[in-house]
Design a protein around this ligand. Structure first.
Ligand SMILES: NCC(=O)CCC(=O)O
Ligand SMILES: [Mg+2]
Length: 330
């Protein structure tokens, strides 16, 4: 039912737009630093900052500098960082064993950040793609990404990450059954408080291009990810995926990519009423940054507008590479 309004001229919607204070007072949503998760890319070494060509303004950081970034996040009121590794190609294998190395980049950085900034949340992705010489999120055999064999690897990876002190695990692989396997493993290893933010509705998207560049997976990927990530034509399927992940023990869910999937965000939030996040992915970042750098759009305003749109669609929070920039601004 539409809201009841008097006819013109009794009703003049413009009255409530006439100046900043009243616009602020009647605004339906707000954006605050506490709504943001900051994804940070890691690289081996000391005092290393490596720019990512397709993501201007984003750098891969060595662990010592990632700790500095974590301090900055806490100072800015950003509650959580998400860590992603650039894995040396020499350490990538078809079995992705580096994923559960207790001393891999993300686990090392998690320990360092939790020691230095204990009040900041750390989220780690559970998926094999940064460690897999085939570039896939699962184990590849004869051209097929194997579901149940991958679950065994994901369980190992998740336990190593929980052991390192990760607060939130983000299974981003889209294998069937992974949330249940991971939740059970956490329960039986005294990690009952480790949270799961499931990449529940993750689409097979071309918007991930620059991310693959950032984690060094660009040349590696054999084929595409359409046999496990979702088809962009589907909505009802996203609701089924979310329902399954919640039933298997996810605490929070994510829709990914972001802006092109706001309808999914809105339907998920409305139907399930659970903490719902969107990932404003690397391609979305790159488009805004590139057009901004060319002077074709006002980058700051588009950034704020796009993030506000996620809040309007019902998202409780957003993973965004703009997190520190926007937190400084608002
Ligand atoms: N699992 C994390 C991602 O795939 C990120 C994608 C992106 O930023 O493009
Ligand atoms: Mg699923």
């Amino acid at each position: 039912m539409p809201p009841i309004t008097a006819p013109f001229p009794l009703s003049r919607p413009r009255r409530l737009r006439q100046s900043g204070w009243i616009r602020d007072m009647v605004a339906e949503v707000s954006l605050s630093p506490s709504d943001l998760i900051w994804p940070i890319f890691l690289v081996d070494g000391q005092d290393m900052r490596v720019p990512i060509a397709s993501m201007p303004g984003v750098e891969r950081l060595s662990v010592d500098l990632a700790v500095e970034a974590a301090r900055e996040a806490a100072d800015l009121g950003i509650p959580c960082v998400a860590l992603f590794p650039y894995t040396d190609p020499a350490r990538k294998t078809p079995g992705a064993e580096e994923a559960w190395n207790p001393a891999n980049l993300v686990n090392t950085a998690t320990r360092a950040i939790k020691a230095a900034v204990p009040g900041l949340g750390v989220m780690l992705d559970v998926a094999l793609d940064p460690y897999n010489s085939d570039g896939h999120d699962g184990i590849l055999r004869d051209g097929m990404v194997l579901n149940d064999e991958t679950l065994v690897a994901l369980e190992r990876q998740a336990l190593a990450q929980a052991e390192a002190g990760a607060d939130i695990l983000g299974p981003s692989d889209m294998m069937d059954g992974r949330i249940g396997v991971i939740r059970q493993a956490l329960e039986s290893h005294e990690f009952q408080d480790t949270m799961i933010l499931s990449y529940a509705a993750k689409y097979a998207s071309a918007y991930y291009g620059p991310f693959r560049d950032a984690v060094g997976a660009t040349g590696m990927l054999k084929g595409d990810k359409k046999t496990y990530q979702m088809d962009p034509r589907n909505t009802d399927e996203a609701l089924r995926e979310v329902a399954i992940d919640l039933a298997e023990g996810a605490d929070m869910v994510m829709v990914k990519p972001g802006l092109a999937y706001l309808d999914i965000c809105a339907r998920v939030k409305e139907k399930f009423g659970v903490p719902t996040f969107a990932y404003q992915v690397s391609g979305e970042y790159a488009m805004i940054a590139a057009a901004g750098a060319n002077g074709w759009i006002d980058q700051d305003r588009v950034m704020l507008e796009s993030l506000t749109a996620f809040r309007r669609a019902g998202c409780d929070g957003i993973l965004t590479y703009f997190a520190p920039t926007v937190a400084r601004m608002i």
